[in-house]
Design a protein around this ligand. Structure first.
Ligand code: SF4
Ligand code: SF4
Length: 80
């Protein structure tokens, strides 16, 4: 199953300084479109190893959680 955390303009590679370089309009986290293209670095970081629930009692699929896996319960880790 393909699961997406949040496909919006803030994690789209077409965003630059609050402007969509494809459509040449001002956008925000409230927007997205069919041309959405996830930032390459986000594509690489979204798996169980970057999930705050990994190896915890809150993991939705503790028997399957591993590198390269992802589920709808993925949650970002706190950044100090
Ligand atoms: S291409 Fe679409 S999703 Fe990406 S920044 Fe522009 S409007 Fe947003
Ligand atoms: S299975 Fe889901 S909740 Fe568990 S670590 Fe992976 S992404 Fe997070």
């Amino acid at each position: 199953m393909s699961v997406r955390l949040s496909n919006n303009c803030t994690n789209c590679s077409n965003l630059s300084g609050g402007l969509c370089t494809l459509h040449e309009i001002s956008v925000s986290e409230r927007h997205t479109c069919d041309s959405f293209s996830m930032l390459p670095n986000l594509k690489n970081m979204l798996d169980c190893t970057s999930c705050s629930r990994y190896e915890s009692a809150n993991c939705a699929h503790p028997d399957k959680a591993s590198a390269g896996m992802l589920c709808a319960s993925w949650a970002p880790q706190a950044i100090a």
